[in-house]
Design a protein around this ligand. Sequence first.
Ligand code: DGL
Length: 291
Amino acid sequence: MNSRPIAVFDSGLGGLTVVRALRQHLPHESIVYFGDTARVPYGTKSSPTILQFAEQDCRFLMRFGPKMVIVACNTASALALDELTQKFDLPLLGVVKPGASEAVRQAHGQSIAILATEATVASQAYPRAIHELAPRTPVTQQRCPSLVPLIEEGRSSDDPIMLMLLNEYLDGIRQLDPAVVLLGCTHYPLVAEAIARLMPQANVVDSADATARWAKQMLAQMEILSLSTDPGRLRCYVSDNPQRFREIGGRFLGQAIRDVTWITPEQFFTDDSSPPANPSPASFAPAARVA
Ligand code: DGL
């Protein structure tokens, strides 16, 4: 059991920020990552669609016999974690509860602002999780639909368009004068620096780091931490465009990504429950452009 991998899934490459934190806190664990790059973004989709996608992603990862599944996508955690927990018989961890509890810890009873995708904001999952821990904490939310594509485009904390956009989004939460700004989306840690500069009085809290610490604690409590002293292996599977995942994902992971396999729809939706075979290098060719 101890040597089994931790499975992680996300709507695309953003979940690599969670993998990055996992590798810092749990360097000897092997990780199997699935990024649903064919169907990203989840943050603009309806609840039934997100539920269906999350279940399919989780089912795919079951083929690797994981000891735990981490739902790295905030949107999927917010909307699907409860259903997944009922359907799959293994420990599942999302990013909402760890993020909310870290925000509450750092807010010391003061107000908390959450930045997230449209679907995460609409689900009210973060305010609910915060109020379960601290019922009187004032909470506000701001949806930031344009941040994900701009961050993937490579616009960072110093980019003028990014700063202009962040300023506008942060205007929505400034009147609450939050003690904590909670980054409720996998992509936002990449512009945490700009958010901290624009909201100097607030602590910027990242769900990814809190989730990795929770994962470590859960594995230790269940006595299924890896016993290996070697660095854990990271294998990535994506439902489209491994080339792009490799190129852009490095910024999210904080290091180059080597092991990426493209899963075709036939491989993804098959009834076969064995792990997919590694394809030939030819499968990594970029998708042909349709004129
Ligand atoms: N991974 C998603 C999240 O954390 C952001 C990208 C998307 O909308 O799918 O909510």
